[in-house]
Design a protein around this ligand. Structure first.
Ligand SMILES: Nc1ncnc2c1ncn2[C@@H]1O[C@H](COP(=O)(O)OP(=O)(O)OP(=O)(O)O)[C@@H](O)[C@H]1O
Ligand SMILES: C=C(C)CCOP(=O)(O)O
Length: 224
């Protein structure tokens, strides 16, 4: 069975303009997909919700669940098409259908599984952060998180390495986020005991460098 060799999440803050509803950062999406194309073999790609899923999930109306699911499907379809344009065989796996077996089957057929943050019928949100740490844990991989900041910031400076849970001074957010942002991401990484890298995915070369195993951004060292 195909086993993943790398897992990376392109955060919603990277692939969308997170403060503007339904706004894709097309140039950055193309740049990221171009950079990850050299690592397609064994790759698991996850993406977040940004101003698609977070926008719809934070509105209150009686079709919130429908629109949240639809917005994420729409964002995912865009990512899949851009991957296809680069010749990458990619196949969607909505977060609500996550299973290790499905990932391995998609890999067996020679596709890159593209998982994404999602909503279930009962309204429960499945965060792309959870999916990323689950895959990293299952296959003992380092979870790579591309965001729109250079790493974890403490007093305006990027922390190079974190080896115990920290409480962040949360930066004032200009955008909607219903899954807990950077603080929850770090908590989930420690809860699931996976190593992780948090870096700026908007900057050219960073997705390539992270997948290549270079030290960029913040390294979260959890495993002994
Ligand atoms: N101390 C901090 N260090 C770094 N980022 C922080 C901090 N406090 C808040 N943030 C915010 O965290 C954001 C990144 O986390 P967020 O979960 O929003 O990203 P994402 O995973 O790309 O988004 P999505 O959930 O849409 O996929 C940054 O945009 C930044 O403003
Ligand atoms: C808001 C929705 C539907 C997805 C959340 O996924 P995330 O952006 O990875 O936290």
């Amino acid at each position: 069975m195909g086993k993943p060799s790398r897992v990376i999440k392109l955060g919603g803050s990277v692939i969308t303009c997170k403060s503007v509803p339904y706004c894709l950062d097309v140039q950055v999406i193309r740049q990221c997909i171009g950079e990850l194309s050299s690592f397609a073999e064994g790759l698991v790609l996850v993406h977040g919700g940004g101003s698609f899923g977070h926008y719809e999930a934070s509105r209150s109306n009686n079709v919130r669940i429908t629109l949240t699911a639809a917005s994420m499907q729409e964002l995912n379809a865009y990512i899949l098409r851009e991957m296809a344009l680069k010749g990458i065989k990619a196949f969607p796996l909505p977060g609500r259908f996550y299973s290790k077996e499905t990932i391995e089957t998609i890999l067996d057929y020679g596709h890159v599984p593209v998982l994404y943050g999602d909503i279930k019928q009962n309204g429960e949100i499945v965060s792309g952060d959870d999916l990323t740490v689950l895959v990293a844990k299952e296959y003992s991989l380092t979870a790579l998180f591309a965001t729109d900041v250079d790493g974890v910031l403490l007093g305006n400076r990027v922390v190079n390495e974190i080896s115990s849970p920290i409480k962040l001074d949360t930066l004032a957010s200009k955008s909607l986020d219903i899954t807990g942002g950077m603080q929850r991401k770090i908590e989930k990484i420690f809860q699931h005991k996976v190593d992780a890298v948090i870096f700026n995915g908007k900057k050219k070369g960073n997705v390539y460098n992270a997948l290549h195993g270079e030290r960029i951004g913040t390294f979260i060292k959890v495993r002994k």
